[in-house]
Design a binder for this molecule. Structure first.
Ligand code: GAL
Length: 681
């Protein structure tokens, strides 16, 4: 089925989305009345319902109980609240597994998971597929024209908690997938390099999933299996989506993504973004000491990019602490609003939560909610109602688009390949490089679009490539075209090394990027744990600060590139460490080590000069400034993440929407506050 046009919003929702996962089946129906009253008080406009309700909706195989959901949807409608209705296919009932135990997924080690949690699904299982299609069809036949219905929420967070199953059904399905991808077994042998360690197959029937092996398994097989597992989940999403489209045309279909690179690593969201009508995302702060607001901004930018720049929707985040990290701190006063409005600044047309009312039972009873155990006499409730009111003042921003300044190349498949075993250094992680490049761009107040390596990059003055280990020849040509056309490219080490099958590009590294970077790498020289190298500017090069690198170094042979910094010590002593290659109308930088401290900033300062990006020196550190623009006007979001008051220069006068005050000259943003200025124009 061809992809349907992207929806710009949940059907019939004319405000920003504000609400959360609503699980009233956990409560007596008297409580629902109170929920409605409090939702109205908080300004809730939409809730997500029924996501885990299969066992209630189909209590016996083929017997349905829709009464409670009928009453619930009617109640929501009567209270003017839109419904994001789940297909409950992430949580099949106990009776289903008794009848079809082989629908429980099997781990790589051969352990079959048990019922009693959620998300225990073998996505290749034909009985699961049939049952999921059936409950989806029952739901859409019953509710497809219900007046409360705004959005279909298929499944929940594909890819977590289990992304790949290694059972015999999956083995058979994998063989079919291999046939479609490669053709025949000889093509698989060639792609996987099975001449190595005598892994040659005579027929596809000899191929299994990459189950636990005595030592490292074939990397190309593992990479193909990651693709297969992702594609198999997507098949199931598309099957449900197509039923929903067929029987309820006009209602957009979504499934909630988890684009934060630390939260789901098994889904290629470039491919998924093309399949949903409306991109939605879940985001939780990971409190591991990193700057959480930078991580949030990155996930939001990535989500918007997966949506092709269009508005998207934050479907879940938390009002306070979560319950699944080793330590789950409460959010600081104002943090929840800053988080919510930061997502909105970066393209979300609303802010939704997990969940509305905090559960008394079950695994998530200590997870915060909009309506906490403490009730309405609580800081969380006061902040929630305040946020609802604030969002009500921002409805005008709907459909406007976030303005990006620069791009970062990101590819999940390259990350999967790079994360396999036996790489030159276990310390290297593409995600860590992406985080570091992103933080440096965030700190210079540049808004980042993410782009697939084959995407058209010509609109961006600067493109950074944090660690693109897997890069096809086509991607290499694309990056070259970008530079020749006048772009500035910054590439970090261990990029352009292998092709789509994890085979090293013939010739010296970095095969796919040699031309554009104007150099070759003779040898990798990863550093010992804690080891560092010194980088100095060589004679004749523009003077720059002495830098330190750690983790990695390369033996670089320039072939047209000029040396901007060279190694002062280490194995590559005297050779280039950071290079710059003028090519056509543009320049391509290569950073062959991991600069410590402000080292990456020093390199990016130079690259920004090449890209003619003027430093935004008037903007204070950790004050986030993002613009959304469109037919509905131009809106400047200013989010003060610091403990001090800030002042931000305005390019044009306007009106601050949260206070209603005129804004001109310098905008005052109190410590921890958010301001949104609609610029006059
Ligand atoms: C999400 C999930 C929700 C809830 C939440 C808790 O990943 O979709 O159902 O479990 O986490 O943080």
């Amino acid at each position: 089925m061809p992809h349907t046009p992207r929806a710009t919003a949940p059907q019939g929702l004319h405000q920003l989305a504000f609400g959360g996962d609503y699980n009233p089946e956990q409560w007596p129906e008297e409580v629902w009345q109170e929920d409605m009253r409090l939702m109205r008080e908080a300004g809730v406009t939409m809730v997500s319902v029924g996501i885990f309700s299969w066992a209630l909706l189909e209590p016996e195989p083929g017997t349905y109980d829709f009464g409670w959901l009928d009453r619930l949807l009617d109640l929501l409608h009567a209270n003017g609240i839109r419904a994001d209705l789940g297909t409950p296919t992430v949580a099949p009932p106990a009776w289903f597994y008794r009848a079809h135990p082989e629908a429980l997924p099997v781990s790589r080690e051969g352990v079959r998971y048990a019922f009693g949690s959620r998300g225990a699904i073998c996505h290749s299982n034909p009985d699961y597929r049939a049952a999921a299609a059936n409950i989806t069809e029952q739901l859409v036949r019953r509710y497809g024209s219900h007046p409360a219905l705004a959005l279909w929420h298929v499944h929940n967070e594909y890819g977590v908690p289990v992304s790949a199953c290694y059972c015999d059904n999956c083995a058979a399905h994998f063989r079919r997938w291999l046939t479609a991808r490669h053709g025949d077994v000889e093509a698989v042998n060639a792609a996987w390099g099975t001449a190595f360690w005598g892994q040659r197959y005579r027929g596809l029937d000899e191929i299994d999933p990459p189950r636990t092996t005595p030592t490292v398994g074939n990397p190309a097989q593992q990479l193909d299996y990651a693709r297969f597992a992702d594609a198999t989940m997507r098949e199931n999403f598309c099957a449900e989506r197509d039923i929903l489209h067929r029987l309820a045309p006009g209602i957009p279909v979504t499934t909630n993504f988890m684009t934060a690179l630390s939260q789901c690593d098994s889904v290629d969201y470039w491919a998924w973004g093309r399949e949903v009508d409306l991109v939605t995302n879940d985001h939780y702060l990971i409190t591991d000491g990193r700057r959480t607001h930078v991580n949030l901004a990155m996930a939001a930018d990535l989500t918007r990019s997966v949506a092709g720049g269009a508005p998207w929707l934050l479907l879940e985040h938390s009002a306070g602490g979560v319950n699944w990290q080793p330590r789950n701190p409460a959010k600081r006063p104002g943090e929840m609003a800053r988080n919510s409005l930061a997502h909105v600044a970066r393209g979300s047309d609303g802010a939704m939560f997990f969940q509305w009312r905090q559960s008394l039972r079950g695994a998530e009873k200590f997870h915060s909610a909009m309506l906490p155990h403490a009730g309405t006499d609580s800081r969380i409730w006061r902040e929630v109602t305040r946020l609802g009111a604030d969002l009500g003042l921002l409805n005008g921003i709907r459909t406007t688009r976030t303005v990006a300044d620069v791009a970062m190349v990101w590819d999940w498949q390259s990350w999967w390949a790079q994360s396999l075993e036996w790489r030159p250094s276990q310390d290297h992680d593409a995600r860590e490089r992406a985080d570091a490049f992103y933080a440096s761009l965030f700190d210079r107040h540049l808004t980042v679009d993410f782009a697939h390596p084959d995407a058209d990059l010509s609109g961006y003055p600067l493109v950074v490539v944090p660690a693109l280990y897997l890069a096809t020849e086509e991607s290499g040509r694309n990056l070259r075209r970008y530079v020749e056309g006048g772009g500035t490219l910054v590439v970090s080490y261990f990029s352009g090394i292998v092709d789509a099958h994890d085979a090293v590009h013939p010739g010296p590294y970095p095969g796919a990027l040699r031309d554009v970077l104007g150099l070759t790498v003779e040898e990798f020289s990863p550093l010992a744990e804690g080891g560092t190298v010194r980088l100095v500017t060589p004679e004749g090069a523009p003077e720059g600060p002495e830098l330190t690198g750690d983790l990695w170094s390369d033996v670089v042979i320039p072939r047209g590139a000029e040396t901007m910094w060279s190694y002062a010590d280490g194995i590559p002593a005297g050779r280039p460490a950071v290079t710059r290659h003028r090519l056509g109308e543009g320049t391509a930088w290569y950073v062959s080590t991991r600069p410590t401290g402000a080292g990456l900033d020093a390199v990016l300062d130079r690259a920004c000069e090449d890209a003619r990006i003027a430093p935004r020196t008037g903007l204070p550190y950790d004050v986030e400034v993002v613009t959304r623009t469109g037919d509905a006007g131009t809106y400047l979001f200013v989010i003060n993440h610091t403990g001090g008051d800030a002042k931000v220069p305005l390019d044009a006068p306007g009106t601050e929407l949260l206070t209603g005050e005129p804004a001109t000259g310098h905008l005052a943003v109190p410590a921890g506050a958010v301001r949104v200025v609609r610029l006059d124009s």
